[in-house]
Design a protein around this ligand. Structure first.
Ligand code: SF4
Ligand code: MG
Length: 337
């Protein structure tokens, strides 16, 4: 598979300042702390992790809404971190974003038509009647009645507003879309509709998605591959089926044990892995493996050495010392920790 996006050693640290007049940096939030991975052309890569693990920051750093502290982001082999603001502005034609809260991300004073037309105007893609024609077409594509073109966002339901956000993202005919929890704020009954819409659009337009979500259940059916993040680092990345059937990272194992199973009999007898404690603060992440404070398998080495994120079998990436010493799993029942 060919990489459309290549992330190398991405770090995003946010400084924390003290002092009213003379601002002094006192600490750094290590929101994203060294990620290396690829997003293949035409795929959906699901990016999953608890809130605060850095997944949104990762999405925003990739599309250069944030300037990464360290690392490089290649899009079609071009390093986005080296582009001038004007060059990056041009690139945004190809790289778009869909936001979690379709209400907050749509200007309430603009009509739906103007919202969807904005990328066309900003990138000079259409003029006059052609703008109206394309807006109508985009509305139809995302399942909105084009007769509502002069209405305002508040006149639409949550699901329809997300469709407006999708139409806006599509307007410039992008290649790559970062969808940051696009269904989390929607009613469960609407979620599947938006997922199906995104899936159909991907097929029709050959789009590549980075699909960010806080739970695995939401990404399973849309993702070709899934990446799991914990505290600013990658824990595991592989194709969706392998991740579910053969997770290698203890954190992934715990997340999967929490995904509900539709069969009530299986669900009733199933044991869950309950992780102790909370996610530590990214201000002061644990030494060694950042997951060691909660890992049922943790051993001495985990407190000292940071596990490399490496390919342990073709296409399966894991950051865990157990891949060197699998026998350490023997006799540990993670559902009883
Ligand atoms: Fe657990 Fe150690 Fe693996 Fe980290 S490296 S996930 S602490 S076993
Ligand atoms: Mg797909």
């Amino acid at each position: 598979a060919k990489a459309l996006v290549r992330v190398e050693g991405l770090k995003m640290h946010f400084p924390v300042y003290k002092g009213l007049f003379v601002r002094k940096e006192v600490r750094r939030v290590r929101a994203v702390d060294g990620l290396t991975f690829e997003i293949y052309d035409g795929e959906t890569l699901g990016l999953v992790g608890e809130s605060g693990c850095g997944k949104s920051t990762t999405g925003r750093s990739i599309i250069q809404l944030y300037t990464p502290t360290e690392g490089r982001v290649f899009f079609e082999d071009e390093d986005l971190t080296k582009l001038s603001p004007a060059e990056m502005h041009k690139k945004r034609r190809d790289i778009q974003m869909i936001f979690q809260d379709p209400y907050a991300s749509l200007n309430p004073r603009m009509t739906v038509g103007d919202i969807i037309a904005e990328p066309l105007r900003v990138h000079n893609l259409a003029k006059g009647d052609e703008v109206d024609r394309q807006v109508q077409e985009l509305m139809t594509i995302v399942g909105l009645d084009p007769r509502y073109v002069r209405r305002y966002p508040h006149e639409f339901s949550g699901g329809q507003r997300q469709r407006i956000g999708v139409a806006r993202a599509l307007a410039s005919k992008p290649k790559f879309i970062v969808a940051d929890e696009p269904i989390s704020a929607l009613d469960v009954s609407i979620q599947a509709q938006i997922m199906n819409l995104l899936n159909d659009l991907q097929e029709e337009f050959g789009l590549t998605y980075l699909f960010i979500a806080h739970d695995l259940a939401a990404v399973r059916h849309i993702s070709d591959r899934i990446a799991v993040m914990y505290l600013g680092r990658m824990a595991e990345l592989t194709d969706a089926d392998t991740l579910y059937e053969k997770p290698l990272h203890p954190y992934t194992e715990a997340l999967i044990s929490a995904v509900p199973i539709p069969d009530p009999e299986v669900e009733a007898t199933r044991k869950r892995i309950v992780l102790e404690g909370d996610v530590p603060s990214p201000l002061n992440p644990p030494s060694g493996c950042v997951f060691h404070t909660r890992c049922p398998y943790a051993f001495e080495r985990c407190k000292k050495d940071v596990p490399d994120f490496r390919e342990v079998e073709p296409g399966h990436w894991v950051a865990c010392h157990l891949t060197d010493e699998p026998e350490r799993r023997d006799g540990v029942d993670p559902t009883e920790s």
